[in-house]
Design a protein around this ligand. Sequence first.
Ligand SMILES: [Zn+2]
Length: 230
Amino acid sequence: MLKLRFFTLGWVAKRCPDVIKRIVSEGHELASHGLAHQRATTMPRSQFIQDVTESKNILEDISGKPIIGYRAPSFSVNDSNTWVYEELKTLGFLYSSSTYPIEHDLYGVPEWPRFKYERPEGLVEIPIPTIRKNGTNIGIGGGGYFRLYPYFLSRKRITQYLESEPHPYNFYFHPWEIDPAQPRIDGTSLRSKFRHYINLSRMEGKIVKLLKDYKWQTMCHTYGITTKEE
Ligand SMILES: [Zn+2]
């Protein structure tokens, strides 16, 4: 059976504990995506600690499992807040997957590493995958880009990555991306609306194809991350 990794919000876990229990009982991996999707770059350090601690506690209480992985909302770790890694280490996290080495107006540090590496703070960082084209990193990790581009193009790029890089590939999407019936929010910019609502109805079909076209495993399994107990 297909096993996945769920980076989950504490906010969601609190409201839907049964979903968390199901994730774990079906053998998927559970990790933290913070408390309420607030970007790490917008929080003072003390608030970040509170946010991640609370989310970790909620997830551990409901699942009964240690939470060792973290993904910053909107890949919000950059040169301005590398202290995030010190705090994650202190809180007992073994890895983070919080960076996207691309040029983007909301996130991304193009010059940061493209592949899994050991942070000086003592935990592993697993960046979102990219391919190199004309000296630039192109994001191929999922989410909005995957929703926007036709499936054949994403597939071509993922295959190119797998054939040219001696590193595993990882893919992400948010649950709302497969929910075309979600409420439409007024008062946001046209750009935000475009980014958020484009191709929602096509996303699920694309993901089904993606799951069939490649072999998948959980993040810890793929990247060889194990807890002390294992
Ligand atoms: Zn998110």
